[in-house]
Design a protein around this ligand. Structure first.
Ligand SMILES: Cc1ncc(COP(=O)(O)O)c(C=O)c1O
Length: 391
């Protein structure tokens, strides 16, 4: 486990490293955007994948008992969630799960509510599937986002919302929603007959002072209203294997989802995804522990750097995730030009806040899951942009 090893990811068909020129219009931009980590993946996962190759024949496979057991144990140990084999539905990715839940639990023209800002595909998946999509602005309170329950309730009521998609924890702000917030949200969903999709892909990347709660664990009756989406891919840096799962307790919802999965063949994952998920949850727990301490250390570096070198720039101290959301409004640049500005002037590739919704406009998102020298270089490049405009 060497989280300081610098691995050359160029010419590996990495989205982060091999699409720099198309994305940022410069070949020499340091990419600190899309959410995967520049860390070596866990050895037990690589060994499990090598064993697949050694088996010689790469024929059809199915999710075996050991994989199901690994997921059940992980959910119990890390999320206090008791599930059975039948509650698990496999899916190639969390986004595929979102597409399938939209298709199975709503009709074209139905209304779906999401937060603003939030992970951009929530919006685009609903839009591409011809659903009406509404946003509820998060409230900025003491440097962190809070849900606006009054607004959500009013939209549930007036817009006949059928589905609410929650990033739990929140990408990009890193909020770990409290039990009280999740209870309030779920109670509202139930009151207005709204199904809650809880996307928990970041829920194992939570800093020590916080606990991420799955709303489905908070009340037996919530199980009827919630579809939980999860995956080992974000936590264990194996996004390329494409494997995820949904947890669905309600038989009626489950049957609707399975019907669409059968119609689209979107209920299957590949052999590598299965083996990698099992090795992640069963044999990579030590790696996960060390990863979290590395991310805590990087979070400290980023915050200390901003406090010391960019004291007038506000940011959100992430409670989870390796994503750092900072406010670039002092540059007085149109939000749609911020990404290009950071690339042109600082040669650093960041996600632009405006793509997360209108409220994301002034922000930029930095991915700090990188070895320390790269992190320092990235931070210096960000600073150079602020320095350039303050001259
Ligand atoms: C909140 C959230 N959901 C889903 C995904 C993507 O999941 P997948 O790669 O399994 O489709 C991401 C990736 O960054 C994410 O942040």
């Amino acid at each position: 486990m060497d989280f300081e090893k610098i691995i050359d990811r160029k010419q590996t068909d990495s989205v982060k490293w091999d699409t720099i020129e198309e994305t940022f219009n410069h070949p020499d931009v340091l990419p600190m955007w899309i959410a995967d980590m520049d860390f070596d993946s866990p050895i037990p996962i690589k060994e499990a994948l090598r064993r697949v190759i050694d088996e010689e024949i790469l024929g059809y496979s199915f999710p075996g008992n050991s994989l199901l057991e690994a997921i059940i144990e992980w959910q119990k140990d890390y999320h206090d969630m008791r599930i059975e084999e039948n509650d698990i539905l496999f899916s190639p990715g969390v986004l595929s799960s979102i597409a399938v839940t939209i298709a199975s639990l709503t009709e074209p023209g139905d209304s779906i509510l999401i937060h603003d800002p939030v992970y951009p595909p929530f919006y685009s998946m609903c839009e591409k599937n011809n659903r009406h999509i509404f946003r509820s602005s998060l409230i900025l309170s003491e440097g962190r986002y809070e849900m606006n329950f009054k607004d959500m309730e009013s939209q549930f009521k007036k817009k006949n919302i059928k589905l609410f998609i929650l990033s739990n924890p929140h990408n990009p702000g890193g909020r770990v929603w409290s039990k009280e917030e999740l209870i309030r949200l779920t109670d509202l969903c139930i009151k207005y007959g709204v199904i809650l999709i809880s996307d928990e892909i970041h829920s194992d990347l939570v800093y020590h002072e916080n606990t991420c709660v799955s709303p489905v664990t908070l009340n037996e009756s919530y199980k009827n209203w919630i579809v939980t989406l999860h995956s080992a891919t974000k936590t264990f840096n194996i996004a390329g294997v494409k494997a995820s799962f949904m947890i669905v307790f309600n038989e009626m919802l489950k049957n609707k989802i399975i019907k669409v999965q059968e119609e689209t063949e979107l209920g299957v994952i590949n052999t590598f995804g299965m083996r990698a998920t099992e090795a992640a949850f069963s044999n990579s727990r030590e790696w996960h522990k060390v990863l979290l301490s590395k991310l805590e250390s990087n979070r400290r570096i980023v915050i200390d750097y901003f406090d010391k070198n960019l004291p007038n720039i506000s940011y959100m101290n992430p409670e989870s995730t390796y994503l750092f959301w900072f406010n670039a409004s002092s540059l007085e640049i149109n939000p749609s030009e911020l990404r290009g500005t950071f690339a042109d002037i600082g040669k650093v590739g960041l996600n632009d806040g405006i793509s997360y919704g209108p409220n994301g406009g002034p922000y930029m998102r930095l991915n700090f899951a990188v070895p320390e020298p790269i992190l320092i270089e990235g931070l210096n490049r960000i600073k150079s942009v602020f320095d350039h405009f303050s001259k």
